[in-house]
Design a protein around this ligand. Sequence first.
Ligand code: FES
Length: 152
Amino acid sequence: AGADVTALAICAAHDNRPDELLEIFHDLQHELGYVPEQTLPVIANALNRSRAEVYGVLTFYHEFRRTPGGRHNIKICRAEACQAMHTQNLCRHAEDKLKVKFGETTADGQFSLEAVYCLGNCALSPAMMIDGDLYGCVDKERFDSIIADLDR
Ligand code: FES
């Protein structure tokens, strides 16, 4: 119920304006760490939109988390410059290593994995960000050692 109240308050702070839905999701994720499914009907109602519409917006943008995040939040860049430097190999490796898909959190709650689209670090592709810290030229070995350092 707490999440519902938070969602209502955030909608109200945005004057229940449907054109501010993205900002509302951002605020909610900032408050709660993710956008809980249970808040969608509340938001839809407040903004006078259908649930399907609100859900569609939420899932369209990969930056929103729909489950609670891990202790460490790993964001791997999947935009063009990083793609050219084989970020897809790194992404596959990260999923295998952590045994999660993008948008999910490891069973022990240590790591959540997210995709981002350009971290402004294209010169050092492939790039990733963990808890706000930027890493460049990340290959499989580097990924493993960074993770091992954090997982203590
Ligand atoms: Fe990955 Fe810019 S494309 S950091």
